[in-house]
Design a protein around this ligand. Structure first.
Ligand code: FES
Length: 133
């Protein structure tokens, strides 16, 4: 394996590159034939691929940056989402959302299940109940 890699780096690749029809002058590019241009496609594609991979690796704007916000939709016009619920208003028990995905905020509507299935997370509600229930 090491011999194959050594041969590739020391002989095959330099021979391949030295045989590419790269002109010495600017005007030489205009005198290249169809086969010459065709032979330049593979190394150009490899260089473009390496350049694109480098761009993705080192430029944070090159890939979508996941939002760092937990709250994606609930009352986004407020500086802070605060809910106050009187304990007397809870019948026997109530499940409150902790995943920020509920469509019935602040109560859990089971939306955490879809999130957990999609991401492998383990989010769930907090259940408040009266003693004895
Ligand atoms: S929907 Fe958010 S915890 Fe259930």
């Amino acid at each position: 394996m090491a011999g194959l890699l050594s041969s590739l780096v020391r002989e095959t690749l330099p021979n391949y590159l030295s045989n590419l029809p790269v002109p010495d002058t600017f005007g030489g590019w205009f005198r290249l034939g169809f086969k010459d241009w065709l032979s330049l496609v593979p190394p150009t594609a490899v260089l473009a691929g390496l350049g694109y991979m480098s761009y993705l690796a080192f430029c944070p704007h090159g890939r979508p940056v996941p939002s760092r916000q937990s709250n994606q939709k609930i009352r986004k016009n407020e500086a802070k989402v605060v809910d106050t619920i009187d304990i007397e208003d809870i019948a026997e028990k109530a499940a409150f959302c902790r995943c920020w995905k509920s469509n019935n905020w602040p109560y859990c509507d089971g939306s955490h299940g879809g999130h957990n299935k999609e991401t492998g997370d383990n989010l769930g509600p907090v259940v408040v109940r009266k003693k004895g229930n």
